[in-house]
Design a protein around this ligand. Structure first.
Ligand code: TRP
Length: 445
């Protein structure tokens, strides 16, 4: 079977940006930053994106392009007769963990879209937005129905194939989302009391840095937001043609992704302080904050409608890249069609998503890790542990298994000065930082 390819380099760029930009930038970024002390977290996050994120993104895409295979197959092909390919299964495992909660949260977004569509969120419900949200997520099957809808949409795009499905879906809604977010940021900054939020986001509280959890949180957020370490970017890279140049693409994706995160911080935190919302509300944070912003805005009902529409589309362009990882792998291993594989994988993730959703209702007492509920536990294992380990494996492959000239050639960096910097970042800086952060968290150092 001939492997599929992107139509154009722009198509790849848009799909990769679409993968990176999603709920991670708006929903996850806000609540993790809110939980981890704001400014100090932002600073660490930006440091990790620059020193680790973008260099590893380039490494990951180049592995896929060189091997032209899925996350397990690529390691097998490039490092034959080594156990390297086993780390590919971290990626497969993360894809199931991540999409099963991602689809639940995206389902919440569809529910909000629906509420703006029928006008019920044009003014605050009797119990307030926080109360209404709490009632909704703890309902036994309402949120699950929206999760199902989101999963079905994801499967439809993935089974339509790389070029027609994923590439075409990305071109319209990214610019739309950017425009709305910028507009919202201006509005949010004009609210009374907004400056507290700006301070929270940009004035680091250095004492926060003494807690080891903040490093692993910022690392996990950098990986999650850039879609890194799982093989999504690797798999997308495997559909690239050899003549497409990689370094500029990786940089572009990194800049775009960071831009979306910072802008959403500028939307959320001024409003969080202006409306007296608790910045450490966790996953519900944006779902409480945003409708309060829309209610204050002129034409807010319409803006809310368009915003949630764009957010759903951005989530879809991310979720398809997650589903694509096991789909590409199991298609090859089981010899099934793309259709059958994506439906079966998506169905398994949906069933796992039911558990995640019930974690806000009848299973709210279930806390697999510490005091973390089901969603937070799955997110913790996938984002803070498996993704960085996947990234570590890729960094070691490029830095230590490949020769230097192979590494530079794989990334179109032959003869480039920046290529030297990149090489040392991937060979030494990234692995050392990831290992130190793990050891620090484990209390070893
Ligand atoms: N980066 C996406 C977001 O910010 C989510 C995502 C897509 C992802 N593909 C991934 C996260 C692969 C980790 C790994 O919403």
């Amino acid at each position: 079977m001939v492997r599929e390819k992107w139509g154009t380099k722009l198509g790849f760029m848009l799909a990769a940006m679409g993968s990176a930009v999603g709920l991670g930038n708006i929903w996850r970024f806000s609540f993790v930053a809110g939980n981890s002390g704001g400014g100090a977290f932002l600073l660490l996050y930006l440091t990790f994106v620059i020193l680790l994120g973008v260099p590893l993104l380039l490494a990951e895409v180049s592995i896929g392009r060189k091997a032209e295979s899925d996350v397990v197959g690529s390691f097998k092909k490039l490092a034959p007769n080594t156990p390297w390919y086993l780390t590919g299964f971290f990626g497969i495992a993360s894809s199931f963990l991540i999409l099963s909660f991602y689809a639940v949260v995206a389902g919440w977004a569809i529910f909000y879209f629906w509420n703006y569509l029928n006008g019920s969120y044009f003014s605050s419900p009797e119990v307030g937005y926080e109360g209404a949200f709490g009632q909704f997520i703890s309902h036994s099957w309402h949120p699950i129905a929206w999760t199902a809808l989101f999963m079905i949409l994801t499967i439809i795009i993935v089974l339509s194939g790389v070029k027609k499905g994923i590439e075409a879906a990305n071109k319209i809604f990214m610019p739309l989302l950017a425009l709305i977010l910028i507009g919202l940021a201006f509005f949010s900054l004009s609210l009374d009391g907004a400056s507290e939020g700006v301070k929270f986001l940009f004035q680091p509280d250095w004492t926060a840095l003494s807690d080891p959890s903040i490093y692993i949180a910022a690392l996990g957020q950098a990986f999650f937001s850039l879609s890194l370490g799982m093989g999504a970017m690797l798999t997308y890279g495997s559909y690239l043609r050899k003549e497409n140049k990689l370094p500029s693409a990786a940089l572009g994706i990194g800049i775009m992704d960071t831009f979306f995160a910072v802008i959403s911080g500028l939307v959320i935190f001024p409003a969080v302080f202006a409306f007296g919302i608790d910045s450490s509300s966790g996953p519900p944070l944006v779902f409480i904050t945003l409708p309060s912003i829309f209610e204050q805005m002129p034409m807010g009902g319409i803006v809310g409608l368009v915003f949630f529409f764009a957010l759903i589309l951005a989530s879809l362009s991310s979720s398809v890249s997650i589903l694509e990882v096991p789909t590409a792998y199991f298609m090859r291993i089981l010899g099934w069609t793309r259709f059958a594989t994506s439906v079966v994988m998506g169905a398994i993730m949906f069933v796992m998503g039911i558990g995640v959703s019930l974690g806000f209702g009848i299973w709210s007492g279930v806390t697999p890790i510490g005091d973390l509920n089901i969603l937070d536990s799955m997110d913790y294992i996938a984002s803070n542990i498996l993704l960085p380990l996947g990234g570590l494996s890729m960094a070691l492959l490029i830095g230590w298994y490949f020769s230097k000239s192979e590494a530079l050639e794989a990334t179109d960096f032959t003869g480039s000065g920046i290529g030297q910097v990149w090489y040392y970042l991937v060979k030494f800086v990234a692995p050392v930082m990831i290992i130190l952060i793990f050891l620090n968290k484990l209390g070893v150092i």
